[in-house]
Design a protein around this ligand. Structure first.
Ligand code: PL3
Ligand code: FE2
Ligand code: FE2
Length: 242
């Protein structure tokens, strides 16, 4: 597929006439949207690394395992950095940092209070479910280089979600009240993040409703596994509607 220099407002990505179903990865509008999405992903992977290291300070007996998870996140970050370079896109890292600031602030205050349950809900459930949804929806519309990288990454993200859900399952009764509270405080932030990324994601041919659906499936499956009932999960999901 030829990658053409496009005129503003008339690029093949938005018209979907590139000859295949894939976007025009070289168009100005694709690269502009990618500069923000790529930054979100790079920042998200970097913060995920930092968060797993921080969790190791709250769970010293788990520090080795958490260190292993953290190292995977650095590998992801490097992979997605390469994806941007491959498309000659410069990631807008100021945007990426700002995008994550509400969740980052909540994680940091939970960390300073030693609230391991809240930290796990934010990083291992919400952020990982968000990443799993985003990467799933991205893979079929990614350029071949990024598709290969993202396919490798998404497998790891299940490992991370799984880590959080197993710990919370093993400590369910003691964690239940804090989980509900942390969900109420943080699920609306994820909803806002999805809303904010929707227009750029659309340029990458990623559909917002698909993202929400995939996110809710991953998140609700995790809550089920941890031990919540269907009714409790419905009540928790409703926190995102307010
Ligand atoms: C945890 O391991 C990583 C956290 C990253 C969060 C990713 C959010 C993604 C937002 C929408 C992105 C589309 C995917 C495009 C990939 C270049
Ligand atoms: Fe990751
Ligand atoms: Fe992860």
């Amino acid at each position: 597929m030829p990658i053409l220099e496009s005129d503003a407002g008339l690029d093949t990505a938005s018209l979907g006439v590139s000859g295949t179903n894939l976007p025009d990865f070289g168009s100005a509008s694709y690269k502009d949207a990618y500069s923000r999405i790529n930054a979100i992903v790079i920042e998200g992977e970097q913060e995920a690394h930092d968060n797993y290291i921080s969790l190791g300070t709250l769970l010293p007996d788990q520090a080795e395992e958490l260190d292993r998870l953290a190292r995977m996140e650095l590998k992801h970050m490097k992979g997605f950095t390469a994806c941007g370079k491959n498309l000659a896109v410069e990631a807008d890292m100021d945007f990426g940092r700002e995008f994550f600031s509400p969740l980052r602030n909540n994680f940091q205050s939970a960390l300073s209070e030693g609230k391991v349950v809240t930290c796990l809900l934010i990083q291992a459930l919400l952020i990982e479910a968000f990443a799993i949804a985003a990467y799933h929806i991205y893979i079929p519309v990614a350029d071949p280089f990024a598709r290969k990288i993202t396919e490798g990454v998404v497998k790891d993200e299940y490992t991370h979600l799984n880590y959080g859900q197993e710990w919370l399952k093993a400590n369910f009764e003691a964690s239940r009240a804090e989980l509900e509270q942390a969900n109420r405080a943080n699920l609306p932030l994820v909803r806002t993040m999805l809303d904010r990324v929707a227009s750029d994601a659309a340029v990458l041919q990623m559909d917002k409703e698909d993202l929400i659906e995939d996110f809710l499936i991953a998140y609700q499956e995790a809550l089920t596994h941890i031990g919540f009932s269907t009714r409790e999960i419905a009540r928790m999901a409703a926190a995102a509607l307010v």
